[in-house]
Design a protein around this ligand. Structure first.
Ligand SMILES: [Fe+2]
Length: 304
């Protein structure tokens, strides 16, 4: 039979396979295809609309913006909510909340012991120091914890993605000391928006949505035996703090800023005048298996 009704075609698409292949991939694909068939039918999607969307997906892939799409449509936060739910069921509450990773992590940032400057070579802005301890759920220091920290520059760009920035600019790794202490100097990053004129901006313009993220700093914290923590902190006072494009703001992750802190004790970071400080401890859960303690980002975990 070479003629199909819509229902017969869907049935054929979803059952036209043997026993080989991957059953999980097949089940998920079947569900998505079925939902899309129904969407096209029920919303009367025209051929032009369909092919326009395929051309858009192609352009979006070519510009590397799938990570912005997943964040902006809520999928990154959805996965965190689902993991939080699973943790709650398993009695694994506690510790610093996880937050979305975003698509802009770069592995291999320069490593420093205990403290570092992220802002080397940058124009002087408001001097900012963030410091604290890495602790476990019992409040014990996590000696030697590894902290990856990365944030945007004054124009909202990330090194390795934004033109004109140096390799690993505003990206560093810090190894906490024996008492779990870390600190770094930088400046308070601004919020930023999705690139104007890009495929992702076309979609959000069509949706009538803005593409702004409030000011934030990303972290990946890892230590043997503890569950790797992906999180980010928000800088208070940002216009978009409760209206994040990526839905990533969380209670417990909005830092407090102390203004006009005396510079005594911060000379090694080049601080010589009153500055802005934030104190924040990262509290890590125990890993229940080796996999959870792998010092990898979410994307690195699945990279082939
Ligand atoms: Fe970011």
């Amino acid at each position: 039979m070479a003629e199909f009704t819509k229902e017969q075609l869907l049935e054929r698409v979803n059952t036209n396979h043997g026993a080989e292949g991957n059953a999980r991939v097949r089940a998920i694909t079947e569900r998505i295809v079925t939902d899309l068939f129904h969407t096209i039918d029920e919303l009367d999607v025209t051929a032009d609309e369909f092919w326009k969307s395929i051309a858009w997906l192609t352009r979006m892939g070519q510009t590397g913006q799938f990570g912005l799409l997943t964040a902006g449509l809520g999928f990154d936060r959805l996965l965190d909510i689902r993991q939080d739910e699973a943790d709650q069921k398993a009695g694994r509450a506690g510790g610093t909340p996880r937050a979305i990773e975003g698509p802009l992590f770069v592995a291999g940032a320069p490593l420093s012991q205990h403290e570092v400057r992220l802002d080397e070579g940058e124009p002087e802005g408001e001097v900012f120091v963030m410091e604290g301890q890495v602790l476990d759920l019992e409040g014990q220091p996590v000696a030697g914890a590894l902290i990856d920290v990365w944030h945007a520059n004054t124009q909202g760009g990330y090194s390795h993605f934004f033109p004109g920035m140096k390799p690993y600019e505003l990206r560093r790794r810090i190894q906490a000391d024996a008492q779990g202490h870390y600190r770094f100097r930088s400046y308070l990053p601004p919020g930023y928006a999705i690139p104007p004129g890009s495929p992702i901006a076309e979609l959000f313009t069509a949706l009538g949505r803005h593409g702004n993220r409030p000011a934030h700093i990303h972290f990946l914290v890892a230590a043997p035996g503890l569950r790797t923590l992906t999180t980010q902190v928000n800088i208070p006072g940002d216009t978009y703090i409760d209206d994040d494009f990526a839905f990533a703001t969380r209670d417990g992750l909005i830092v407090e800023l102390e203004k006009n802190v005396a510079p005594v004790g911060y000379e090694s970071l080049g601080v010589t005048a009153p500055f802005t400080r934030s104190r924040f401890n990262f509290v890590m859960q125990k890993a229940v298996n080796e996999n959870e303690a792998l010092p990898l980002t979410r994307m690195e975990r699945v990279a082939g």
